[in-house]
Design a protein around this ligand. Structure first.
Ligand SMILES: Nc1ncnc2c1ncn2[C@@H]1O[C@H](COP(=O)(O)OP(=O)(O)OP(=O)(O)O)[C@@H](O)[C@H]1O
Length: 221
């Protein structure tokens, strides 16, 4: 599914430069469950952004099903992201004035799905993460764990091929963390998704079938 070769992302900082990623080679197969771990500043989030087409490498290639995201024109990259890639972040990123259902529907707008179908698909996605009874609630009426479930439903509603998660349980207590991990793992398994997650949490990394460590922008393990 993914084939990364020599991926480098260089930032200028003051008068110097920092290589957030420095020549990363990585293969990820469809259906993999991969954890990206490592110390602060190691390059984890930068790598996830490359995989999601949210940023481009300074050099190297990021092939997704044979298409180089690094070279794709912006409009095609945006389209590909909308169709194939779901994102879940630590901070949920829900729109506070929209209900759970409306938040989930936002993922279908760029795909041109009609309003009635959008509402049905959003309700279905929210039910699949255990929130079928909360469609009309706005984020402030939901707990942190419930808000993250809405964000997961929003990522899944368009039926992506890959789910990218950046510290998805970082804002949650341990019990809620385990519940959210259960939702993520079950949904990815049942829907046949590739699941790639950045985490600091050694407990989560320990339970993943495959984990890589990034240190100073390089694959350390
Ligand atoms: N937009 C940017 N401009 C300049 N430097 C950046 C930028 N984004 C990231 N960096 C630098 O690149 C390096 C890697 O950052 P990155 O956020 O990918 O690390 P990380 O492993 O995700 O860290 P953390 O665990 O703290 O989130 C760090 O030194 C960071 O300061």
């Amino acid at each position: 599914m993914y084939e990364l070769t020599g991926v480098t992302r260089r930032y200028t900082r003051g008068k110097g430069v920092v290589d957030a990623l420095a020549g990363v080679d990585l293969t990820i197969t469809a259906g993999d469950y991969l954890v990206i771990k490592g110390p602060t500043g190691g390059g984890k989030s930068t790598l996830l952004q490359m995989l999601g087409g949210l940023d481009r490498p300074t050099s190297g290639s990021v092939l997704l099903d044979g298409v180089d995201l690094a070279k794709l024109p912006e409009a095609r990259l945006t389209r590909l992201r909308s169709e194939k890639i779901g994102f879940v972040f630590q901070s949920f990123n829900l729109i506070p004035t929209l209900t759970a259902q409306e938040n989930v529907e936002t993922a279908l707008v760029p795909l041109g799905v009609k309003p009635k179908e959008r509402r049905e698909l959003a309700a279905e996605a929210l039910t699949s993460v255990g929130l079928g009874e909360r469609l009309g609630h706005v984020p402030s009426e939901l707990s942190g764990g419930q808000q993250q479930r809405v964000a997961i439903a929003r990522a899944l509603v368009k039926k992506p091929q890959v789910l990218l998660a950046d510290e998805p349980t970082g804002n949650l207590d341990e019990t809620t963390r385990d519940e959210i991990m259960d939702v993520l793992q079950t949904r990815c398994k049942e829907d046949g998704l590739t699941f790639i997650m950045v985490t600091h949490d050694s407990h989560l990394a320990k339970h993943a079938p495959r984990a890589i460590t990034l240190r100073k922008g390089k694959l350390a393990a």
